[in-house]
Ligand binder design. Structure first.
Ligand code: SIN
Length: 202
């Protein structure tokens, strides 16, 4: 698949005749909301799990030194909690550009999490980078993933901030993700190191 998915996404027929549509965000779309939206709601999708298996050459890394960012992999029985935004179709010019490094728009069924919309469903769009895209990295150990993230930065900033901001946001939503939390744990300065360093001060 092409490195740059903008044209593939533009050719899709998701937006014809729509005045608005739900977009489900599970990664940076949760904590970096640089697009207008009509409303947002916590929501979940079934059968997908977050993984830092996608390279970032354009946001949290460079072509020479790619970072690692999230995509979703199929995971029967699992639930992924994120944020749904109701947006107008014109927003997808910006979003397709932002997600151009391998992500394709797919349609997805989402369930809203909180009252008064709890358990109501909506059909909407999601950006997923699949194993056939040119920036796919695939699995690695938590330590290897964390080491790559720790040394990477790109035009959107440090790769570590992508992880820690998302981990914070998910915790604030009461929706901690075990994979994200495991990588964040490798990256956060440990409290025992901090307290032993403090203990050495006069
Ligand atoms: C998303 O957040 O939904 C897509 C992946 C990303 O931009 O981190």
């Amino acid at each position: 698949m092409a490195n740059d998915t903008r044209e593939l996404n533009r050719r899709q027929d998701h937006l014809t005749g729509r005045s608005d549509i739900w977009l489900f965000g599970y990664g940076s779309l949760i904590h970096k909301v640089d697009f207008p939206y009509l409303e947002s709601r916590e929501a979940s999708i079934k059968g997908w799990a977050r993984r830092f298996w996608q390279a970032s050459h354009d946001h949290r890394g460079t072509p020479e030194s790619p970072g690692r960012v999230l995509t979703l992999v199929e995971a029967p029985g699992e639930t992924c909690v994120g944020v749904a935004y109701r947006v107008t179709p014109d927003v997808f010019g910006h979003l397709d550009h932002r997600e151009k490094n391998g992500y394709l728009r797919l349609t997805i069924d989402m369930t809203f999490v909180r009252p008064p919309h709890q358990n109501l469903h909506a059909n909407g769009l999601i950006y997923i980078a699949g194993p056939d895209n040119a920036a796919w990295l695939g699995p690695a150990s938590d330590a290897e993933i964390a080491a790559q993230i720790a040394r990477s930065r790109g035009p959107s900033g440090r790769n570590i901030d992508y992880v820690l901001k998302l981990d914070d946001a998910l915790q604030a939503m009461g929706a901690e993700d075990l994979h994200v939390a495991a990588i964040a744990k490798h990256l956060r300065p440990s409290t025992s190191t901090q307290s032993s360093a403090k203990g050495r001060q006069p």
